[in-house]
Design a protein around this ligand. Structure first.
Ligand code: UD1
Length: 415
């Protein structure tokens, strides 16, 4: 594959940014929002709650959100079940209105993914929380949360974001220890600061938030999607191609770039927002362990596994973040990959000649992994349940096609 591809805005930055608009009655204008399904779900959720949501689309959408009067402090099951990130409305709604009701997200294909850390942190801030009839019902006595010191037992990205947002309107100072350090957290801090929040420590594992009485409107462009960028880096490497990614932030791609370089890809940062990848015919095996940022992202694991099937030697891939995130492996094996799974560890022996067949996507990033495997498989690969990919990749078919991939969206599937 050859050519230049523009990276979209980060879904995982856009979702908390949209939820943050619930914290103020004033208008929050957001730019570089990717046109993906999860964003539409979040927009629907905010509109259900009573916010005015305006969108001026294409290529990267601009959203205008005005939560002047929130009429429903509730995230209903119908919306939460399609997107776990709906939980991001809990912190801001509770902080703004003193009350919130959010459907329990439940499990998903890649693991149980509880929200216990979000809830215990809010309880520490004084919230009274009950979970009944499948809903989280939270109430702040006298309408306000209070600032406290919170230490997360485990690093959680949306948990950090939820409590960060809640703390901006709490009484007094909140200190969040063992906070996530993903670039999306820094982006959210940037937006909250523009809204008038007092936050320090971003980029470190300890965030300090001094609650204010009120937040105001702001305008903000979200950061580029580092997972989409990483996916295209793998696409370039796995096809021995020559791709240039533009509108990306190479600083956020460190662990992925290092891993792909170890596998033999040549990756150069050719400008502040630009990266080039090209690769020799032969890739070599390299081990990978998923970790919290700045480590190698679990959201890149499926895509890297596709590459490992093509690399010479044995690649050991350890998944440390989610308990059941190798569902794509069995589908890659049906395509001819040599992979054995033992709990949290996958051992990939390559190179294997993959052959196209019908495979099923189990989640968002698994679908991307299967698309990458399909790029190098002989014959035709049909990916079913591809709606998963539309949750998080903007115009993936068009972007890959423009780079020379032979790919089409087949209609009439059971989507
Ligand atoms: C976010 C990302 C997702 C990414 C993940 C890990 C968004 C919208 N989603 O998901 O793409 O794969 O980070 O980088 O940004 N956990 C608990 N209790 C909790 C919360 C989490 O046990 O209350 C566990 C989870 O089950 C998981 C681990 O902590 O094993 C990390 O999860 P977390 O960082 O919370 O993931 P999300 O924020 O849901």
């Amino acid at each position: 594959m050859q050519g230049t591809v523009a990276i979209s805005g980060a879904k995982n930055s856009a979702l908390p940014a949209m939820a943050a608009a619930l914290l103020t009655a004033e208008r929050v204008a957001l730019h570089n929002i990717p046109r993906v399904r999860d964003i539409i779900t979040m927009a629907k959720l905010l509109a259900f709650m009573g916010a005015k949501v305006g969108v001026d689309s294409f290529p990267g959408a601009d959203y205008s959100i005005e939560a002047q009067a929130l009429t429903h402090a509730e995230a209903p099951y119908e919306l939460v079940k399609t997107m776990r990130a709906s939980i991001l409305t809990l912190g801001p709604t509770l902080a703004r209105l003193g009350i919130a009701r959010v459907s329990l997200p439940g499990g998903c294909a890649i693991g149980a993914r509880p929200v216990d850390l979000h809830l215990s942190a809010l309880e520490k801030m004084g919230a009274e929380i009950a979970t009944t009839h499948g809903y989280i019902e939270a109430r702040a006595p006298r309408g306000r949360l209070r600032g406290v010191r919170i230490r997360f037992d485990k690093i959680t990205v949306t948990g950090t974001e939820n409590i960060l947002m809640a703390a901006t309107l709490a009484d007094g100072e909140t200190i969040l220890e063992n906070a996530a350090r993903e670039p999306e957290i820094g982006d959210l801090v940037g937006l909250l600061r523009k809204m008038g929040a007092k936050i320090s420590g971003d980029g470190t594992a300890t965030l300090k938030i001094e609650g204010v009485q009120k937040l105001g409107g702001a305008e903000h462009a979200v950061i580029p999607d580092r997972i989409e960028a990483g996916t295209f880096l793998v696409a370039g490497a796995i096809t021995s191609g020559d791709l240039t990614l533009i509108n990306c932030n190479p600083e956020h791609l460190g662990a992925t770039i290092t891993l792909l370089q170890r596998a033999g890809a040549v990756i150069e940062t050719t400008g502040p927002h630009r990266v080039r990848v090209h690769a020799p015919r032969k890739l070599t095996a390299a081990n990978a362990t998923t970790e919290e940022y700045p480590g190698f992202a679990t959201d890149m694991q499926a895509q890297y596994m596709a590459l490992a099937t093509q690399a010479e030697g044995t690649s050991v891939i350890d998944e440390t973040i989610f308990e059941n995130r190798f569902l794509h492996a069995s589908e890659m094996m049906r395509m001819g990959a040599n992979i054995s799974i033992d709990g949290h560890r996958a051992v990939v022996r390559g190179p294997a000649a993959l052959s196209g067949t019908t495979v099923q996507a189990s989640d968002l990033r698994a679908s991307a992994g299967l698309v990458l495997a399909g790029l190098v498989a002989s014959g035709e690969t049909i990916i079913e349940r591809v709606y998963h990919i539309d949750r998080g990749y903007e115009r993936i078919v068009e972007k890959l096609k423009a780079l020379g991939a032979v790919i089409a969206r087949v209609h009439g599937q059971n989507q």
